[in-house]
Every structure is written in structure tokens, then in C-alpha cells.
Write a protein that binds this ligand. Sequence first.
Ligand code: AMP
Ligand code: ZN
Length: 490
Amino acid sequence: MAGGHQLRLFNSLGRRMEDFTVSGEVTGMYSCGPTVYAFPHLGNMRPYVFADTLRRAFRWRQLPVRHVVNITDVGHVVADTDTGQDKLEVAAARERRSVQDIADFYTDVFFVDIAALNILPADEYPRASAYVPQMIEFAAELEARGCTYRLPSGLYFDTAKDPGYGALAQMDAEGQLEAARVEQVEGRRRKTDFALWRAEEPGQRRVMRWDSPWGWGAPGWHLECSVMSMALLGQHFDIHTGGVDHRELHHVNEIAQSEAYLGDGQPWVRYWLHNEFLQLGAEKMAKSAGGAPRLAGLTEAGYHPMAYRLFLLGGHYRSQLDFTPAAVDAAQATLRRLVTRVQPLRPLPPIQTLAAAQAGLAGDPVAARLLDTIDAAIAADLSTPRVLAALQDALRDPEITPDGQRTVVAAADALLGLGLATLSPDDLEHRRAVSDLSAEERHAIEQLVADRTQARKERDWPRADQIRAVLDELGVRVTDTPNGPTWQLR
Ligand code: AMP
Ligand code: ZN
């Protein structure tokens, strides 16, 4: 098995398992990132844990990846209409803060969460607000090619001109629109037509507004992903990921406008991968529902972020998962047992790749079989439940050697990212100490502390208080001293 098993991924485009083949030296991967107008809930973190698993599977095979995750700080619209108000503007009005403040604040919160979940940082986190001129150019090019029409409410993409429209959704247009709850727009020729530019209505003045050939306004919410992914990964790239809700509309529209823009008859992106939902009760966990559980809430309740990561990895990314406190409880207990068994084996070898794991087998046939099982599992569309099962087997098998065990545990964790080399059972009993935080977590917390200091300097007390509340939830206590603030974990 020296070369390992062929990596196979479930491509939403065509809905089938396909061999993954590289297209060049570096695999380009784009993951639709967070909208930063509210706290991310636990379900929002699932796409990034899933994308992280994919990143780890590539690292395992020594295939370099360039990963881009966008920050949607403009253009995401209330109720998914094309003409509605920006969610960010609504949040800014509600919280009586500037849209910039709102976006910066929730972007920081997102970075805190991904660091706590041990997610490998992306190469780029472009902000939509920084790419509006490129979005205008992109839309102007589509207009020059005759793919659009103008209405008083903006510039629309004419889906009638695209015979392949909607292939990704595999639904008829009615079903697609039903699924995405798209509303009527005055004068729209087809219900599937979508805004590339949202012009201000007479008398309306957006907070975030740009001048364009179609008047003052803001870009449509699909445009940013096409523009930023092409800008940072090249016109065609390999993998595009997101939550399964994007498969029906957002990604359909990204494909339509991108392929019209490129006009080369080639598929824009080769593999489309979507994670299933995290459910709460019988429903999709949703931001708009309010009160959805957050990672900080779990840690406040005494759970380690890695317990949530293990809970997610215990299911396949394409299966719905039901969030319950009992399930996270069980995950934390499982993790504690795992760590207790791993502790006597430390230090673990620093394995990140299949090749390094194979080199560490030292002729142990049981370890070799388990390593093959792990490799086959991750190659089979990222079956993390089977990687976990092999990890458990390695810790229980009476025939395996201690060195074989070390190799298999380190190999499994290279893919799972649970931090088995360093977690201590105490971390899973009690609140954590600063020394238990990763460099990324520390950095993200320091960023929040600095933002609070800035807010206080600007006498923006509501913002300072809100940041303090978030730090509180994270278990961080800030003390203001004459030399500036210091912080520690409670
Ligand atoms: P948002 O910040 O709302 O745009 O969401 C960020 C990501 O979370 C997107 O890829 C969504 O598809 C995904 N997402 C939203 N809700 C859930 C959920 N309940 N379970 C899994 N993924 C979700
Ligand atoms: Zn997107």
C-alpha cells in the first residue's frame, strides 16, 4: 500500500463518488466563509471542520493546497431577497454601531472559534468589501457579453441565456426557488434571475454604497465568491466547499455567472463538496432563529472545544447530525478515555503524512493493518468515523507494539486534529489554563482584547461591553492596569 488508497470524493456536481486527480502542483480550494453580522453558531463551524479534514487528507498525501476562505462583510441580504437590506446594516442599526465595527467584531469571533477548534488556518481570508471594484468589473464584463439586463432595482443575470443553469442543484427551477425561499422581484424575467448589482431605490441610501455603471448601490451576494476565488486561485480551480444549503442557490449562481464570464466552455470548478447540516431538534440550526448554541457557550459549560470537534468527526460530513448536550457529553467522555490511554505512550512521533507513518511502522503487522485501514477510510470520501474506530482498535489491540501504537495514534490524529499529542485528561475535566491554549487561540483572544481597548479609547462603551461579554463567555478575565489591559483565564 506504499502509495496509499486512491482518494475518492463525493462530487455534488453529478452526485457521485469520483477519484480525485490533481490538476497542477497546488490544489486550489475555496470555502464559502462566514457572514459576519451575528455570532457563528455550532452548525456554522461544521463546514470549516469538514474543510479542515479535507486539508488534512491532502497533507496526508503530500499534495500542497492553497486554501481561501472569504469573509462576507457586505452583500448578504435579509430574507435572501435580492433587493432587501444588508444583514450587516440591519445588525448595525440594531446594535447602534457602524457596519465596520459589526463586521470586525464578528470576524474576530470567527477566528477565535476556528482557532479553538484546531482548524488549520487558510492561506487567505479575503474580505468582500475590499473587492467591490473587481466585482463591478466582473458584472460589467457580463453586461458587455449580453448576459444581463437592467431593472430599476439593479443589474440582473439573465439565466435564460445559460442552458446549463441549475445543474448543480439537480432540481427544476421551481423546486430550487422553493428550497431557497427566493422572493418576487418587480420586472424580473425569470424567477431564477439574480442580482449582480443591487441599485438603491429612489429615496433609499445604503450605508455601504458604491458608485457603479448601474448607479449607487451594492453588489449582489453571489458575486463576491466568484470574484475573490478567481482573484486568489486563478480562473479555474479544483475544489469549492460549503454547507449543503449553498448547493441549491448560491453555488448554482456562482457557477452560472463564472462560466458566463469565462466563456471557455469548461466547467469552472471541478469538485463541489457540501457538508450536511447540524440539526437542533428536527430543524436546521440557523442564525436567524436566534439563541442557537455557540462554541463559547459549550466551553462556558465546561466542555472542551475538542469534544465538539470529536462529536462532529464521529459522524460523516455528508450525514445530518443532531446536536444535543448529551451527545457532546458523550464525546467529551470518549475523548477523556482516549487521552488517558494515549498519555502513557507520549511523546508521539511528529507524523503528518502517510509516508511518515509508513516509515514509523518498524515491522509491526498489526499497526500496518490499522494504518492501511486509516488510509482507506480517509480516502473513501473522508470517513472520519472509520478513522476513529481504527484509532480505538490501536489502543485496545493486545498484539500491537508500543511503537506501532504510537505511530497509528499519531497518524490518526494527523487526520482528526484532536490534539492527542498534548491534551491532558485534566483539560477535559476542568477549565483550561492559558498554557493549554494554542498560539492561534491566544492570538485571537489578544485581538479581542485589543479591539476592546480601542473601543474604550473611542468611548464606544456598548462595543467595549459586548467584547467583554464575549471574553467572559470564553472564560477570559481582563484587568485594566495603568500599563494597559492584561488577561487570564478564570
Ligand atoms: P453563514 O455564516 O451563515 O453564511 O454560514 C457559514 C457556513 O455555515 C455556510 O457554509 C453554511 O452553509 C453553513 N451552515 C449554516 N447552518 C448550518 C448548519 N446548521 N449545519 C451545518 N452547516 C451550516
Ligand atoms: Zn460563496
